[in-house]
Each structure stands twice: as C-alpha cells, then as structure tokens.
Design a binder for this molecule. Structure first.
Ligand SMILES: CC(C)(COP(=O)(O)OP(=O)(O)OC[C@H]1O[C@@H](n2cnc3c(N)ncnc32)[C@H](O)[C@@H]1OP(=O)(O)O)[C@@H](O)C(=O)NCCC(=O)NCCS
Length: 328
C-alpha cells in the first residue's frame, strides 16, 4: 500500500500508521469503545480509570507493534489534519485477522469505517482467510457482512482469579521438553504442530513470546517421542494498581483425544508460576469442546462469548487454545 493514499470519501486520507500515531489511535479506540457501551446502556466499558489507562497503554503498544511488523498493518484515517479512525490487521501466512477498526464517536456514520475496512481488506488480498472478532455495534456488523465475512462459532473467554491447578498426572504417557527461543529444531517441531492445528506457522511469534517472559513445553509421546502437542504460558505484566493477568495459550494437540492431557500439563505448569495476585485468562474457539470440562474443574468460569466472523475455516480448532484474541 502507498503512504498517503486518498480515499473517495471526501477529505479523508487513509495512510499506514507510524509509531508516532499510536497514541492518537489508542485514544480513538478508547473513545469509540466507551461511546459504544454508553449507547447500548451497558456497564462502563472499563471498571476504573486505572483499567482504562492500562488498556490505552496496551492499545498504544499494540498499534506501534502492528506498524513495525513486516506483514501486519496499522492504519489511521485523517480528516481536518487529525486522526479520526484507526485500523489494524495481523497477517500470518494465508490468514489475515483484523484487530482494530474504530472511528472517533463524532465522526462515525460518515464512511470512515468503510474506507478503513476497504484498505485493511486490500492488505489481506493475498490471503485465503479473513477474520475478526466483532463488536455488537450494528454498523460494524453491517460493514463486515457486506465485505463477505460470515458469523462463525464464537471465541470463548474463560478466566479465574484463583484457579485450582491440577497435580501432575504421571500416567499421561507424556514427556515434556521445555521450549527455548534459540532451539531451532524444537521450534520447527512446534511450528509443524501449528501448521496442522492452528492452520499456519508463526515461528517469529513463538520466538518473541519465549524471548520475553513466556515459558512452555513440547510434549512427546513417552517411548516413541512422537509429538503430541505443545503449550505456552505468558505470566503477563503487573500494571499499576492491578495484579498481573497471566494467560495460557497457545495450547495445541495433534489428536483431539489428547487435548485434555496437553491442557492438564499447561494448567499444572501455570500453577507452578502463579503468584497470589495473578489472575488467569484463556481464549479458545467454541469448536474446542474438550477444553471446557477441565477448565471448569480448575475453577475457570466463562466471562463471555466473543463474536467471530470469517470468510472460511482454517486449521483444526477443536484441539486448539489461542494465544489471545488478536494473534489467535
Ligand atoms: C463500527 C465503526 C468502525 C464503523 O465506522 P463508521 O465510520 O461509523 O461506519 P460507516 O459510516 O463507514 O458505515 C456504517 C454503516 O452502518 C450502517 N448503519 C448505520 N446505522 C445502523 C444501524 N443502526 N444498524 C445497522 N446498520 C447501520 C450505515 O448505513 C453504513 O452502512 P452503508 O455504508 O452500507 O450504508 C464505527 O461506527 C465505530 O467505531 N463503532 C464503535 C466501535 C466498534 O464497534 N468498532 C468495531 C470493532 S469490531
């Protein structure tokens, strides 16, 4: 895409965001989310000022990362010289996933969302699959259905402030090898699992999670050393005034029957690093029925179902837990 491409919507310029646009983009996101909650007479979008500011900082970091990434894209829509809209898309091999589409409340309903979405879709033109998590805003749904996206099984978010992590099951016939960012052979095996289960490879994501604070393991069948699955655990960062929110995922099993064993290993490992103030979160596809009972048993409770729209399916998501709702 060319920088500074003008769109037919009068006076609107859509261009790739730079790191310098990230703060303005995050503010558009916060304002649009808060206005949507107000218009739906819903509870305040964030429970406290601290939570809203933490989300703003996360969004700013997200948008800056999208702008830096070689295959991803962040966009801003400018009108009268200021940022009025923001868009973002993650591309991994043949799968493109839209992660941001927000227009400043005063500027909504004037075609800015359409212009942003058209540019995001153009960026995804080489992909087989386009997807996103949709807000309940009927204007957003109008845009998405018009673009050809269709409702799919939702994403399930489950969380717990005090999980009951299971003891290690010594009879699961699994051999666990800790993941290391610099172990190319091991990451190649994990990447093969991703190819079959997630539907795409994402070696760079794996490396960057592990190079930060995440831990994980490749699980092999004891005796044969055939790969059974893998998991990653991200301890999350402490934010001012709040404890850490840690996450479990990706979790992937080659065979759906083995997902409970792989998940049990992940839950056990999470228990090993969980602090008193740590709360835990997982996002997984609704197709993954096998994850529900073990998570309920560990004290996780559903927080919400998140609408997922896509142009098709990819991978084998009945045996998969996402890293998060953006990178999937
Ligand atoms: C969703 C959003 C990005 C769309 O951007 P926008 O600039 O307001 O949208 P546009 O003006 O381009 O398009 C709005 C469409 O909704 C339609 N629309 C308006 N009111 C509607 C309603 N009550 N029900 C259904 N559709 C409606 C419009 O007719 C228009 O469709 P058309 O162009 O086919 O006629 C923006 O409204 C927003 O930020 N909403 C709050 C945050 C949000 O939900 N973001 C999506 C995250 S997944």
């Amino acid at each position: 895409m060319q920088a500074g491409v003008s769109h037919p919507v009068s006076d609107v310029t859509i261009r790739p965001a730079t790191a310098a646009d990230a703060a303005a983009g995050a503010s558009v996101y916060i304002a649009a989310e808060e206005a949507l909650a107000t218009s739906r007479r819903a509870r305040p979008r964030w429970p406290s000022d601290a939570a809203r500011e933490a989300e703003r900082a996360d969004a700013e970091a997200d948008l800056a990362a999208l702008a830096r990434h070689p295959s991803d894209l962040a966009l801003v829509a400018l009108r009268d010289g200021a940022v009025r809209g923001v868009g973002g898309i993650v591309v991994r091999e043949r799968h493109a996933h839209i992660t941001y589409l927000f227009v400043q409340p005063d500027w909504q309903g004037q075609g800015i969302g359409r212009a942003l979405l058209n540019h995001l879709a153009a960026h995804a033109a080489g992909c087989d699959l386009l997807s996103l998590h949709a807000s309940p805003d009927p204007r957003a749904l109008t845009r998405y259905l018009t673009l050809g996206l269709r409702p799919m099984p939702p994403t399930v978010r489950m969380a717990s402030a005090a999980p009951r992590f299971p003891a290690l099951n010594l009879h699961d016939q699994l051999e666990s090898q800790p993941l290391h960012a610099d172990d190319a052979a091991m990451l190649a095996t994990v990447s093969d699992i991703d190819r079959g289960v997630r539907g795409i490879r994402r070696l760079d994501d794996l490396r960057s999670w592990l190079a930060a604070d995440a831990t994980g393991a490749l699980l092999l069948q004891r005796g044969t050393s055939i790969p059974v699955g893998y998991y990653v655990i991200d301890p999350g960062g402490h934010q001012a005034g709040m404890g850490a929110t840690a996450s479990i995922g990706p979790v992937a099993a080659m065979d759906v029957d083995r997902l409970p064993d792989v998940l049990a290993r992940a839950l056990h490992a999470a228990g090993e690093i969980s602090g008193e103030e740590t709360s835990w979160r997982l996002d997984f596809p609704a197709e993954n029925h096998a994850a529900v009972a073990p998570l309920l048993a560990a004290g996780f409770r559903p927080q919400r179902l998140i609408s997922y729209l896509a142009t098709g399916t990819i991978g084998r998501w009945d045996r998969y837990i996402f890293h998060d709702d953006d990178l999937l």
